[in-house]
Design a protein around this ligand. Sequence first.
Ligand SMILES: Cc1ncc(COP(=O)(O)O)c(C=O)c1O
Length: 386
Amino acid sequence: MTELQLKDKTYIASTYNRFPVDLVSGKGSLFYDANGKEYIDMGSGIGVTAFGACDEEYVSAVTSQLNALQHTSNLYYTSPCATLAEMLVKKSGLKKVFFANSGAEANECAIKCARKYAEDKGVLGSVIITLEQSFHGRTITTLSATGQDSFHKNFLPLTDGFKHVPKNDLNAIKEIAKNQPVSAVMIELIQGEGGVICLDKNYVLELYSYCKQNDILLIVDEVQTGNGRTGSLYAYMNYGILPDIVTTAKGLGGGLPIGACMLGEKVEETFTFGTHGSTFGGNPVCSAGAISILNRLTPEFLSEVNAKSELIFKTLENAEGVESVSGMGLMVGIKTKKPVKEVVSYCIENGVLPLIAKDKLRLLPALNIPTSTLKKALGVILNALK
Ligand SMILES: Cc1ncc(COP(=O)(O)O)c(C=O)c1O
C-alpha cells in the first residue's frame, strides 16, 4: 500500500473501495499516476468529465468566473446561473430549472415537485412509482426511490410513498394506480448503475401516453444519460418524448458539482417562494463551466459521439470473451465471460481505467476521447476479455 493509500484509509470513512491507483494529473483522456505511469481514462469520473481532464476551454470558462465572482448565494442575481437555465430550457423544451449540487439533489427536487403537484390538485397520499434495479441517489429519499433492496439495508425506515415495479411492465403500474393515487413515474431510460440496461422503446412510448392520459408526471432521471452521453443531448430525445420533469447532473458540470431539475409546462409554477432552495445551487463557477460544456454539445459533435459509439459496439460485439454488449452512445456495458474484476485488473495493469456496473464492465469515456486513444484502449480491453 502506498503512503497516500494508507493516509486515505486512515482518515476517510470506509465507504469506497478504490482501485489501487494514485492519480496526480491528467490531460484529456489521459491520467498520470505518482510514478508517471499513463492511463487511458474510460470512466470520465463516472460520466462526469465530458471533455476530459483539464480541457482548456473548460478551465478557461471556470477560472475566468472564479476570478470574477465565485459565489453569491441565491439572494442575488448572477448571469451564469440565469444564462445556463435559459440554455437548458431552450435546448430541452422544458420550462424552468432548479439548480442543485448533485444528481441525488436534483432527484430530491423532482420528488418534492411531484408531491406538491399532487397536493396542489387536492390529492393527498399519492405515491411515486420507480423501477426495480433503478438508481436515483444516496439520500434517504432518493434511496427510497431506488429500486434495489441492497441499498436499503441498514437504513430503515425509508421515506414512505414509493412503489417499485419491474421494468418494461406497464400493467404493474396500472395495477398500483387502480388502488391509490400516483403522482409520478420516475425512470432512467438506461439503468446505469443497474447494469447499463436500456428500457424497451415501446414500453417507454406506452408509458409516456399512459402518464399523459392519467395526469401522472413522467420524471426522467438523466443524471447519467444526459448531456450528450447517449449521442443525443438528453436520452429522452432518442424516444421522441417530452417528459414533465428531467433531472441531470454528472456531465453537466464537467467535474464541478451541479445538478439540474428541469420542470415542464405542467409543473413550471409548482414551486413557489420558499418551497425549495439551496445555498450552492446555480453557483456561478459551476454554471460557467456547464455553459461552456453545453455550448460544445452541438449536433456535429454529437454525431462524432455516435461514430465512436459505433466503433465500440463493432469492436466488442462478438469479440472473444464477450457475452453481450448493451447501452447507447458512450454509455456501454459489457457482459464478460471472465469475472469482471479480473478483466478490470488486467486493464489497470496495462494502463486502461474502465468501470464496473453490477457484473458488467462499463465504459463511460470522455465524449471527446480521440479515436486513436479509444482504439488503443479497446485493444487492451480485447486482450483483457480473452
Ligand atoms: C441515474 C442516477 N441518478 C442519480 C444518481 C446520483 O447522483 P449523485 O451521485 O450525483 O448524487 C446517479 C449516480 O450514479 C445516477 O446514475
